[in-house]
Design a protein around this ligand. Structure first.
Ligand code: NAD
Length: 455
């Protein structure tokens, strides 16, 4: 099928590459010329396991192309996926300006029937706004071209995006019940048929329910994390080990083991903004979502937990102290640092007068870019950051190590070397990578999250 992807970011590029891999003829559009140039020069603008190979293979086979040409992109695809960003507006609601601009672009150039798919995460009711924008453009140029707007939210996880897209646990598609909706449904069915060969993974529903499903999923996952973080903080006070508690409750099939990890807060481009946007939607209808308010508040507090533990351990005196940070990305296997906990910790340490050496396996370049923005008001603090060349290099002469991202590469370090390089063997582990008993035996002072039973 002929597919256009509008927005060649994490979701758009993965969607385009994976649909090309299945034999479709894919046109990827982006307004960011530098991104398109990177792709056309054989590069890849993001770190995502397996993506580079798929893009290269399909480009070579002529099944995927990258361009900034809007008119050509509209002409190409019978199905037009909108996969642009939906960042939070000042009031927390999802800013739809990119989505509506994409819709207008389609409306300005389309000539025949188009299925317009909202793949971006958008609030309930957005499909109606996309339809209105398309209709307005068509009316302005007296076109009778027809369309149907479909909701097909994306559930991929950064760091495992290709795998998630190729082997989804579910595909959610919302279509309306008009004749155009029926036509769109049959085209979407054909497009996704390869994913449903073993068993049906598609959940067909109305458009609003599909839009809501995405927010409900992210809100549920964020809730589990904040709930465990809150329990972990209590565990620290009462002398219980949250890791033992996690096993104890996760074995109940009604609870399950996934997403029960206590840590130093969730980040990324989705959970923080989607929780906020859902709260905002509720407010628009005069409702106050008490649980989600708390989820957000707990997470904001949790992002400060490593900084607070460090301040407490060093009697609030960080001037002249030096720390190592392992992990800057908001989670492993990505270079994405949007809303990453590392940024909160770094800010707390630097603004308290400490110096810091940072290391991340893939997001060092992104870190330099992001920290310039974070410290635009105090650029002198940038001089207090050293970008280390390896995890061990980061440790030299540090008063303590703080672990923020659970990269595999951090899980089994050479502890003898680690102790030798640190000024003193102290670890603040924001992801509970190590066993406190083992740390104790190794003579390492260990501060996990909710593991004070042995510390
Ligand atoms: P992103 O910022 O990585 O990519 C968005 C891209 O859209 C950018 O490259 C931008 O230049 C481009 N763009 C903006 N306006 C455009 C226009 N009018 N025409 C063409 N291109 C345009 O964003 P992302 O992380 O891929 O997220 C996209 C959407 O998918 C968001 O709504 C997000 O919430 C949702 N989502 C993201 C993830 C994830 O893990 N990143 C997972 C599921 C859903």
């Amino acid at each position: 099928m002929k597919i256009t992807i509008i927005g060649t970011g994490y979701v758009g590029l993965v969607t385009g590459a994976c649909l090309a891999e299945l034999g479709n003829d894919v046109f990827c559009l982006d307004v960011d010329k530098s991104k398109i140039d990177i792709l056309n020069n054989g590069g890849i603008p993001i770190h995502e396991p397996g993506l580079e190979e798929i893009v290269a293979r399909n480009r070579a086979a002529g099944r995927i192309r990258f361009s900034t040409d809007i008119e050509a992109s509209v002409a190409h695809g019978d199905v037009q996926f909108i996969a642009v960003g939906t960042p939070p507006d000042e009031d927390g609601s999802a800013d739809l300006k990119y989505v509506l601009a994409a819709a207008r672009n389609i409306g300005q150039y389309m000539t025949g029937f188009k299925v317009v798919v909202d793949k971006s995460t958008v609030p309930v009711g957005t499909a109606d706004r996309v339809s209105a924008a398309l209709r307005e453009e068509l009316t302005a140029r007296q076109s009778h071209a027809d369309f149907s707007v479909v909701s097909n939210p994306e559930f991929l996880k950064e760091g495992a995006a290709v795998e998630d897209f190729m082997r989804p646990d579910r595909i959610v598609i919302g279509c309306d019940s008009s004749a155009q909706g029926d036509k769109a449904r049959s085209m979407m069915k054909k497009l996704y048929a390869p994913f449903n060969r073993n068993h049906e993974r598609t959940f067909w529903m109305d458009v609003r329910s599909a839009e809501f499903t995405k927010y409900a999923a992210n809100a549920m996952l964020a809730t589990r994390i904040s709930f465990m973080n809150e329990l972990a903080n209590l565990a620290d006070h009462v002398g219980a080990d949250i890791e033992a508690v996690r096993h104890g409750i996760g074995s109940d099939p009604r609870i399950g083991h996934s997403f029960l990890y206590a840590g130093c807060g969730y980040g990324g481009s989705c959970f923080p903004k989607d929780v906020q946007a859902l709260e905002r939607t509720a407010q628009d209808y005069g409702l106050n979502l008490l649980i989600l308010n708390a989820v957000e508040a707990v997470n904001a507090r949790q992002k400060q937990i490593l900084g607070n533990k460090i301040l407490k351990r060093f009697d609030n005196k960080l001037v002249g102290k030096h720390f190592a940070i392992w992990g800057l990305a908001f989670k492993p296997n990505t270079d994405d640092m949007r809303a990453a906990s590392s940024r909160v910790l770094l800010g707390e340490l630097l603004r308290s007068g400490a110096t810091v050496a940072v290391y991340d396996p893939v997001s060092m370049a992104e870190a330099r870019r992001v920290f310039e923005l974070d410290f635009y008001d105090a650029p002198e603090l940038l001089d207090a950051i050293r970008y280390a060349s390896s995890p061990m290099d980061a440790l030299d002469q540090a008063d303590a190590l703080a672990i923020v991202t659970e990269w595999k590469a951090f899980r089994s370090p050479d502890f003898d070397q680690l102790k030798a390089r640190l000024k003193q063997p102290v670890i603040f582990d924001g992801r509970n990578l190590f066993d406190p008993t083992v740390m104790n035996e190794l003579g390492i002072e260990y501060h996990g999250i909710g593991r004070s039973v042995l510390t």
